[in-house]
Design a protein around this ligand. Sequence first.
Ligand code: PEP
Ligand code: MN
Length: 364
Amino acid sequence: MNAKLDVVPMQNWINTNGKPLIIAGPCSAETEEQVLETARRIKAEGYAHIMRAGVWKPRTRPGSFEGNGEPALKWLVEAKKETGLPTAVEVATPEHIELALKYGVDVLWIGARTTVNPFNVQEIADALKGVDVPVLVKNPVNPDLALWVGAFERLQGAGIKKLGAIHRGFSNAQETKYRNSPMWAVAVELKRMFPELPLIGDPSHMAGKRAYLNELSQRILDLNYDGMIIETHRNPDEAWSDASQQLTPEALGEMLRELEVRKANYGSDFSDELAKLREKIDNIDRELMEVLAARMSVVEKLGEYKRDNNVAVLQLDRWKQLHADRANQAKGLGLYPEFIEEMFKLVHLESIRKQTEVMNSATV
Ligand code: PEP
Ligand code: MN
């Protein structure tokens, strides 16, 4: 997939002094007091550059709290007047955009359930023509990078250059302990394609539970994201939406202070050590490939044997046994079992391809 985006650097629309951007605020704007109290407490902690709040809530099933709409925008105006914090809300329709802009919302974001629908995204892009507002796009609920990229292209087509991506993970995409599987590689690939596009992590919607926020936030910083959007509520357990993943503004402050921000670049002191370690990795990778080549030549012999004895290439019992054994061995070696499982799926697929090739070649 090849594409180009013309993106205004993030520091040109929100100055964070080079630090990771922090967008903090409740999942939903529930009441005027809740919005104002949360804003004050976030401001007092000093970490946030922008305050978020959901005003229109896309709920999976009807009957849950769907947001307060226009009145909530007025509360955000108040919160900004008091604290000076710029505001961000989710928009899903042209009407939302019109209202958000009318009340001076500073940053808009497109939610995961909207990014998934190109008709919706196009309507939003059309409504934004001629408007100079930063727009952040959450990944679609399914791990489809092209759909995510398509949303940026539609917005860019409407002239929007202050763009950013929010990585919030993917619904039920993989079995993990999290609410949404991070599938980091999808976001890393987006960053590889568009290095200038700010990438913001959303540990709250990845986690689903506040206990996982710390490890996910650290992972986001380790991957050198440009910032994070995190939900915080004055009284998390009583939140009208996403109660279990929110934490108080003070607990969020404590967590953020404990995280390590890694260096994006390194000075010459580090580069020697880094070069040595990279050389070791290059050597180990060569050994890995030599081992794979040795494995493939055994596979080839196995293919010949199966061919000569008219045995099917895929033996399901053997396949199951192989995967179970490798996962167990992985644990013993301190390797992440899911990684080993994925790796052996690929290795095994290649073995089958090779054996099929041998099977169909003539007997010598
Ligand atoms: C949200 O940010 O509150 C939200 C609805 O998130 P998502 O679009 O990631 O589900
Ligand atoms: Mn939420």
